[in-house]
Design a protein around this ligand. Structure first.
Ligand code: NAP
Length: 339
Protein backbone atom coordinates (compact mmCIF):
# COMPACT_ATOMS: atom_id res chain seq x y z
CA UNK A 1 0.00 0.00 0.00
CA UNK A 2 1.45 3.38 -1.04
CA UNK A 3 1.81 6.03 1.66
CA UNK A 4 1.12 9.72 0.98
CA UNK A 5 1.66 12.74 3.19
CA UNK A 6 -0.59 15.72 2.36
CA UNK A 7 0.12 19.11 3.91
CA UNK A 8 -2.88 21.43 3.85
CA UNK A 9 -5.27 18.50 4.28
CA UNK A 10 -8.00 20.78 5.71
CA UNK A 11 -7.98 22.95 2.58
CA UNK A 12 -9.95 22.72 -0.64
CA UNK A 13 -7.31 20.81 -2.63
CA UNK A 14 -6.08 18.72 0.30
CA UNK A 15 -9.54 17.29 0.90
CA UNK A 16 -10.23 16.51 -2.79
CA UNK A 17 -6.80 14.94 -3.14
CA UNK A 18 -7.26 12.81 -0.01
CA UNK A 19 -10.53 11.46 -1.45
CA UNK A 20 -8.82 10.64 -4.75
CA UNK A 21 -5.87 8.86 -3.11
CA UNK A 22 -8.11 6.93 -0.71
CA UNK A 23 -10.04 5.67 -3.76
CA UNK A 24 -6.72 4.53 -5.21
CA UNK A 25 -5.94 2.57 -2.04
CA UNK A 26 -3.32 4.89 -0.52
CA UNK A 27 -2.62 5.16 3.20
CA UNK A 28 -3.00 8.89 3.92
CA UNK A 29 -1.20 11.03 6.46
CA UNK A 30 -2.55 14.55 6.76
CA UNK A 31 -0.45 17.40 8.16
CA UNK A 32 -2.64 19.99 9.87
CA UNK A 33 -2.64 22.62 12.56
CA UNK A 34 -4.27 21.11 15.64
CA UNK A 35 -6.81 23.91 16.06
CA UNK A 36 -7.84 23.66 12.40
CA UNK A 37 -8.28 19.92 12.50
CA UNK A 38 -10.39 20.05 15.67
CA UNK A 39 -13.01 22.31 14.10
CA UNK A 40 -15.21 21.34 11.14
CA UNK A 41 -13.05 21.44 8.02
CA UNK A 42 -13.05 20.21 4.42
CA UNK A 43 -11.57 16.83 5.41
CA UNK A 44 -13.66 16.20 8.56
CA UNK A 45 -15.67 13.53 6.74
CA UNK A 46 -12.44 11.56 6.21
CA UNK A 47 -11.39 11.62 9.88
CA UNK A 48 -11.67 7.87 10.40
CA UNK A 49 -9.86 7.04 7.13
CA UNK A 50 -6.71 9.15 7.46
CA UNK A 51 -3.98 9.61 10.05
CA UNK A 52 -3.40 13.18 11.15
CA UNK A 53 -0.01 14.56 12.14
CA UNK A 54 -0.29 17.87 13.92
CA UNK A 55 2.08 20.69 13.08
CA UNK A 56 2.66 24.11 11.62
CA UNK A 57 4.47 24.86 8.36
CA UNK A 58 6.21 27.72 10.18
CA UNK A 59 8.03 25.17 12.39
CA UNK A 60 10.84 23.18 10.78
CA UNK A 61 10.79 20.52 13.48
CA UNK A 62 7.08 19.83 12.88
CA UNK A 63 7.75 19.30 9.20
CA UNK A 64 10.70 16.92 9.63
CA UNK A 65 8.85 14.98 12.36
CA UNK A 66 5.90 14.51 10.00
CA UNK A 67 8.12 13.25 7.18
CA UNK A 68 9.85 10.84 9.57
CA UNK A 69 6.56 9.57 11.02
CA UNK A 70 4.77 9.14 7.69
CA UNK A 71 7.67 7.54 5.77
CA UNK A 72 5.81 8.54 2.61
CA UNK A 73 6.23 7.37 -0.96
CA UNK A 74 4.65 10.63 -2.11
CA UNK A 75 4.28 14.06 -0.51
CA UNK A 76 1.83 16.70 -1.70
CA UNK A 77 2.82 20.08 -0.29
CA UNK A 78 -0.41 22.05 -0.46
CA UNK A 79 -0.22 24.01 2.81
CA UNK A 80 0.11 27.73 2.39
CA UNK A 81 -1.18 31.11 3.34
CA UNK A 82 -3.21 30.93 0.16
CA UNK A 83 -4.70 34.42 -0.12
CA UNK A 84 -2.75 36.81 -2.36
CA UNK A 85 -4.81 39.73 -1.02
CA UNK A 86 -4.01 38.93 2.62
CA UNK A 87 -0.31 38.63 1.81
CA UNK A 88 -0.14 42.43 1.54
CA UNK A 89 -0.93 42.56 5.28
CA UNK A 90 1.19 39.54 6.27
CA UNK A 91 4.16 39.47 3.86
CA UNK A 92 6.68 38.01 6.33
CA UNK A 93 4.35 35.29 7.65
CA UNK A 94 3.44 34.42 4.07
CA UNK A 95 7.12 33.99 3.21
CA UNK A 96 7.76 31.84 6.29
CA UNK A 97 4.91 29.44 5.48
CA UNK A 98 4.86 29.46 1.67
CA UNK A 99 8.57 29.92 1.04
CA UNK A 100 10.63 28.66 3.96
CA UNK A 101 8.07 26.02 4.94
CA UNK A 102 8.34 24.46 1.50
CA UNK A 103 12.14 24.55 1.53
CA UNK A 104 12.24 22.96 4.99
CA UNK A 105 10.02 20.21 3.63
CA UNK A 106 12.38 19.62 0.70
CA UNK A 107 15.26 19.46 3.19
CA UNK A 108 13.39 16.97 5.36
CA UNK A 109 12.91 14.82 2.27
CA UNK A 110 16.57 15.11 1.33
CA UNK A 111 17.73 13.96 4.78
CA UNK A 112 15.04 11.41 5.65
CA UNK A 113 13.28 10.17 2.53
CA UNK A 114 15.31 10.92 -0.61
CA UNK A 115 13.38 8.36 -2.69
CA UNK A 116 10.07 10.05 -1.93
CA UNK A 117 8.31 11.89 -4.78
CA UNK A 118 7.18 15.42 -3.98
CA UNK A 119 4.46 17.55 -5.53
CA UNK A 120 4.82 21.23 -4.67
CA UNK A 121 1.97 23.71 -5.15
CA UNK A 122 3.32 26.58 -7.22
CA UNK A 123 0.82 29.03 -8.65
CA UNK A 124 -0.14 30.90 -11.81
CA UNK A 125 0.00 34.05 -9.63
CA UNK A 126 3.78 33.80 -10.06
CA UNK A 127 3.48 34.83 -13.71
CA UNK A 128 1.92 38.19 -12.90
CA UNK A 129 0.30 40.21 -15.67
CA UNK A 130 0.38 38.35 -18.97
CA UNK A 131 2.96 39.96 -21.23
CA UNK A 132 1.22 38.50 -24.25
CA UNK A 133 -0.46 35.19 -24.83
CA UNK A 134 -1.04 32.17 -22.64
CA UNK A 135 1.56 31.07 -20.10
CA UNK A 136 3.38 27.76 -20.15
CA UNK A 137 6.17 26.18 -18.11
CA UNK A 138 8.80 28.42 -19.76
CA UNK A 139 7.01 31.76 -19.28
CA UNK A 140 8.81 34.35 -17.15
CA UNK A 141 7.75 35.06 -13.57
CA UNK A 142 6.77 38.61 -12.64
CA UNK A 143 5.04 38.31 -9.24
CA UNK A 144 2.97 41.33 -8.22
CA UNK A 145 2.11 40.41 -4.62
CA UNK A 146 4.01 38.97 -1.61
CA UNK A 147 2.16 35.64 -1.93
CA UNK A 148 3.40 35.15 -5.47
CA UNK A 149 6.94 36.26 -4.56
CA UNK A 150 7.10 33.64 -1.78
CA UNK A 151 5.83 31.00 -4.22
CA UNK A 152 8.54 31.94 -6.74
CA UNK A 153 11.19 31.39 -4.05
CA UNK A 154 9.88 27.90 -3.18
CA UNK A 155 9.44 27.03 -6.86
CA UNK A 156 13.04 27.91 -7.68
CA UNK A 157 14.45 26.00 -4.70
CA UNK A 158 12.35 22.97 -5.72
CA UNK A 159 13.95 23.10 -9.16
CA UNK A 160 17.42 23.61 -7.69
CA UNK A 161 16.99 20.62 -5.32
CA UNK A 162 15.71 18.51 -8.21
CA UNK A 163 18.72 19.34 -10.36
CA UNK A 164 21.29 19.63 -7.58
CA UNK A 165 20.36 16.70 -5.34
CA UNK A 166 18.48 14.55 -7.87
CA UNK A 167 15.26 14.62 -5.84
CA UNK A 168 11.93 13.86 -7.52
CA UNK A 169 10.24 17.22 -6.94
CA UNK A 170 7.57 18.54 -9.29
CA UNK A 171 6.16 22.06 -9.32
CA UNK A 172 2.51 22.29 -10.32
CA UNK A 173 1.80 25.70 -11.86
CA UNK A 174 -1.92 25.60 -11.28
CA UNK A 175 -4.23 28.31 -12.50
CA UNK A 176 -7.23 29.28 -10.38
CA UNK A 177 -9.44 26.41 -9.35
CA UNK A 178 -12.59 26.64 -7.33
CA UNK A 179 -15.27 24.44 -5.84
CA UNK A 180 -17.98 24.31 -3.24
CA UNK A 181 -15.11 23.92 -0.70
CA UNK A 182 -13.47 27.27 -1.45
CA UNK A 183 -13.38 29.47 1.69
CA UNK A 184 -15.83 32.38 1.76
CA UNK A 185 -13.15 35.04 1.64
CA UNK A 186 -12.34 34.15 -2.00
CA UNK A 187 -14.23 36.35 -4.44
CA UNK A 188 -15.63 33.43 -6.45
CA UNK A 189 -17.23 31.95 -3.34
CA UNK A 190 -18.49 35.39 -2.31
CA UNK A 191 -20.32 35.61 -5.63
CA UNK A 192 -21.83 32.13 -5.17
CA UNK A 193 -22.83 33.19 -1.67
CA UNK A 194 -24.34 36.46 -2.93
CA UNK A 195 -26.45 34.56 -5.47
CA UNK A 196 -27.56 32.12 -2.75
CA UNK A 197 -28.60 35.05 -0.52
CA UNK A 198 -30.59 36.45 -3.43
CA UNK A 199 -32.33 33.08 -3.90
CA UNK A 200 -33.29 32.92 -0.22
CA UNK A 201 -34.30 36.60 0.07
CA UNK A 202 -31.45 37.42 2.50
CA UNK A 203 -30.83 41.18 2.40
CA UNK A 204 -28.19 41.44 5.16
CA UNK A 205 -26.09 38.29 5.25
CA UNK A 206 -25.02 36.49 8.43
CA UNK A 207 -21.45 36.06 7.07
CA UNK A 208 -19.10 39.02 7.16
CA UNK A 209 -16.39 40.26 4.80
CA UNK A 210 -12.78 41.24 5.66
CA UNK A 211 -14.00 44.60 6.99
CA UNK A 212 -16.48 42.92 9.38
CA UNK A 213 -19.47 43.99 7.28
CA UNK A 214 -22.16 41.62 5.92
CA UNK A 215 -20.99 40.19 2.58
CA UNK A 216 -24.46 41.06 1.25
CA UNK A 217 -25.56 44.40 2.66
CA UNK A 218 -28.85 46.13 1.91
CA UNK A 219 -29.47 43.53 -0.78
CA UNK A 220 -26.17 44.18 -2.63
CA UNK A 221 -23.02 42.09 -2.99
CA UNK A 222 -20.04 44.45 -2.88
CA UNK A 223 -16.99 43.55 -4.99
CA UNK A 224 -13.84 45.23 -6.37
CA UNK A 225 -12.88 45.31 -10.07
CA UNK A 226 -15.36 43.16 -12.02
CA UNK A 227 -13.25 43.17 -15.18
CA UNK A 228 -10.54 41.02 -13.58
CA UNK A 229 -10.27 37.87 -15.70
CA UNK A 230 -8.93 34.45 -14.79
CA UNK A 231 -8.61 30.95 -16.15
CA UNK A 232 -10.87 29.14 -13.67
CA UNK A 233 -11.15 25.36 -13.40
CA UNK A 234 -12.69 22.89 -10.99
CA UNK A 235 -10.55 21.72 -8.03
CA UNK A 236 -11.59 18.06 -8.38
CA UNK A 237 -10.09 18.03 -11.88
CA UNK A 238 -6.90 19.74 -10.76
CA UNK A 239 -5.98 17.34 -7.94
CA UNK A 240 -6.07 14.51 -10.49
CA UNK A 241 -3.30 16.35 -12.34
CA UNK A 242 -1.21 16.50 -9.13
CA UNK A 243 -1.34 12.74 -8.78
CA UNK A 244 -0.54 12.20 -12.47
CA UNK A 245 2.57 14.39 -12.16
CA UNK A 246 4.03 12.04 -9.55
CA UNK A 247 3.36 8.92 -11.65
CA UNK A 248 5.66 10.02 -14.50
CA UNK A 249 9.07 8.54 -15.17
CA UNK A 250 10.94 11.77 -14.52
CA UNK A 251 10.12 14.93 -12.57
CA UNK A 252 9.08 18.00 -14.56
CA UNK A 253 7.04 21.13 -13.89
CA UNK A 254 3.54 21.34 -15.36
CA UNK A 255 1.03 24.11 -16.04
CA UNK A 256 -2.57 23.17 -15.31
CA UNK A 257 -5.50 25.28 -16.48
CA UNK A 258 -8.49 25.18 -18.79
CA UNK A 259 -7.15 27.64 -21.39
CA UNK A 260 -10.40 29.62 -21.16
CA UNK A 261 -10.64 33.13 -19.78
CA UNK A 262 -13.66 34.46 -17.86
CA UNK A 263 -14.21 37.75 -16.04
CA UNK A 264 -15.75 38.24 -12.60
CA UNK A 265 -18.63 39.91 -14.40
CA UNK A 266 -19.29 36.67 -16.31
CA UNK A 267 -19.03 34.72 -13.08
CA UNK A 268 -21.68 37.01 -11.57
CA UNK A 269 -23.88 36.54 -14.65
CA UNK A 270 -23.80 32.73 -14.39
CA UNK A 271 -24.21 32.68 -10.59
CA UNK A 272 -27.24 34.96 -10.49
CA UNK A 273 -28.75 33.31 -13.56
CA UNK A 274 -28.61 30.00 -11.66
CA UNK A 275 -31.11 31.46 -9.16
CA UNK A 276 -33.20 33.22 -11.82
CA UNK A 277 -31.87 36.72 -11.08
CA UNK A 278 -30.00 39.47 -12.95
CA UNK A 279 -26.58 40.18 -11.43
CA UNK A 280 -26.81 43.88 -12.38
CA UNK A 281 -29.59 44.37 -9.83
CA UNK A 282 -27.61 42.68 -7.06
CA UNK A 283 -23.88 43.46 -7.38
CA UNK A 284 -21.99 46.75 -6.99
CA UNK A 285 -18.29 47.46 -7.58
CA UNK A 286 -16.60 49.51 -4.83
CA UNK A 287 -13.18 51.19 -5.23
CA UNK A 288 -12.14 50.35 -1.63
CA UNK A 289 -12.24 46.66 -2.54
CA UNK A 290 -9.91 46.93 -5.55
CA UNK A 291 -6.50 45.26 -4.96
CA UNK A 292 -3.37 47.50 -4.91
CA UNK A 293 -1.99 45.55 -7.88
CA UNK A 294 -3.71 42.78 -9.72
CA UNK A 295 -2.15 39.94 -11.69
CA UNK A 296 -4.35 40.98 -14.63
CA UNK A 297 -5.47 38.42 -17.21
CA UNK A 298 -3.71 35.09 -16.88
CA UNK A 299 -4.41 32.23 -19.22
CA UNK A 300 -2.96 28.72 -19.17
CA UNK A 301 -1.24 26.93 -22.00
CA UNK A 302 -1.47 23.40 -20.59
CA UNK A 303 -0.24 21.67 -23.76
CA UNK A 304 2.49 19.78 -21.89
CA UNK A 305 0.01 18.42 -19.32
CA UNK A 306 -2.43 17.38 -22.01
CA UNK A 307 0.28 15.66 -24.06
CA UNK A 308 2.33 13.98 -21.33
CA UNK A 309 -0.17 13.48 -18.51
CA UNK A 310 -3.23 13.00 -20.71
CA UNK A 311 -4.94 15.50 -18.43
CA UNK A 312 -8.19 17.22 -19.46
CA UNK A 313 -10.64 19.24 -17.38
CA UNK A 314 -14.09 17.62 -17.11
CA UNK A 315 -16.16 20.28 -15.30
CA UNK A 316 -17.11 23.40 -17.30
CA UNK A 317 -17.06 26.97 -15.95
CA UNK A 318 -20.88 27.09 -15.90
CA UNK A 319 -21.15 23.73 -14.14
CA UNK A 320 -18.58 24.77 -11.54
CA UNK A 321 -20.35 28.05 -10.74
CA UNK A 322 -23.73 26.29 -10.57
CA UNK A 323 -22.36 23.71 -8.11
CA UNK A 324 -20.94 26.47 -5.94
CA UNK A 325 -24.21 28.41 -5.84
CA UNK A 326 -26.24 25.29 -5.02
CA UNK A 327 -23.84 24.38 -2.21
CA UNK A 328 -24.18 27.87 -0.71
CA UNK A 329 -27.99 27.68 -0.90
CA UNK A 330 -27.88 24.33 0.94
CA UNK A 331 -25.46 25.70 3.54
CA UNK A 332 -27.55 28.80 4.25
CA UNK A 333 -30.75 26.74 4.43
CA UNK A 334 -29.12 24.29 6.87
CA UNK A 335 -27.80 27.15 9.00
CA UNK A 336 -31.29 28.69 9.14
CA UNK A 337 -32.83 25.34 10.13
CA UNK A 338 -30.29 24.61 12.86
CA UNK A 339 -30.54 27.99 14.43
P1 NAP B 1 -6.68 26.43 0.96
O1 NAP B 1 -8.05 25.83 0.82
O2 NAP B 1 -6.57 27.82 1.48
O3 NAP B 1 -5.82 25.46 1.87
C1 NAP B 1 -4.60 25.86 2.42
C2 NAP B 1 -4.19 24.85 3.43
O4 NAP B 1 -2.93 25.26 4.01
C3 NAP B 1 -5.17 24.71 4.60
O5 NAP B 1 -5.28 23.35 4.93
C4 NAP B 1 -4.47 25.47 5.71
O6 NAP B 1 -4.80 25.00 6.98
C5 NAP B 1 -3.03 25.12 5.42
N1 NAP B 1 -2.12 26.02 6.11
C6 NAP B 1 -2.06 27.38 6.01
N2 NAP B 1 -1.10 27.85 6.84
C7 NAP B 1 -0.57 26.76 7.46
C8 NAP B 1 0.44 26.60 8.43
N3 NAP B 1 1.11 27.65 8.93
N4 NAP B 1 0.73 25.35 8.86
C9 NAP B 1 0.05 24.28 8.38
N5 NAP B 1 -0.93 24.36 7.46
C10 NAP B 1 -1.23 25.60 7.00
O7 NAP B 1 -5.90 26.40 -0.43
P2 NAP B 1 -6.16 25.47 -1.71
O8 NAP B 1 -7.06 26.21 -2.62
O9 NAP B 1 -6.52 24.11 -1.27
O10 NAP B 1 -4.73 25.48 -2.40
C11 NAP B 1 -3.78 24.45 -2.15
C12 NAP B 1 -2.40 24.95 -2.54
O11 NAP B 1 -2.40 25.30 -3.92
C13 NAP B 1 -1.95 26.20 -1.81
O12 NAP B 1 -0.57 26.13 -1.62
C14 NAP B 1 -2.27 27.33 -2.76
O13 NAP B 1 -1.45 28.45 -2.54
C15 NAP B 1 -1.99 26.65 -4.08
N6 NAP B 1 -2.74 27.16 -5.23
C16 NAP B 1 -4.10 27.25 -5.17
C17 NAP B 1 -4.79 27.71 -6.27
C18 NAP B 1 -6.30 27.80 -6.26
O14 NAP B 1 -6.86 28.45 -7.16
N7 NAP B 1 -6.99 27.14 -5.33
C19 NAP B 1 -4.10 28.07 -7.44
C20 NAP B 1 -2.72 27.94 -7.46
C21 NAP B 1 -2.04 27.48 -6.36
P3 NAP B 1 -5.79 25.79 8.01
O15 NAP B 1 -7.09 25.06 7.88
O16 NAP B 1 -5.10 25.58 9.30
O17 NAP B 1 -5.84 27.22 7.58
Amino acid sequence: MKRALITGITGQDGSFLAELLLDKGYRIFGFARRESWLRPNNASHLADRIEVLFGNMAEGVDISSAVQAARPDEIYNLASQSRPGLSWDTPAETLVVNGLGAVRLFDAVRHNSPQCRVYHASSSEMFGPSAGGPQDEDSAFMPVNPYAAAKVYAHQVARIYREGYGLFIVNGLLFNHESERRPLHFVTQKIAYGAACRALGIVDSPDLDEMGLPIVREGKLRLGNLEVSRDWGYAGDFVRAMWLMLQQERPEDYVIGTGKLHSLRELCEVAYRTVGADWRDNVVSEPRLVRPLDAGCTLADASRSRARLGWEPTVSFEEMVTRMVKAQVDRLRAAATHG
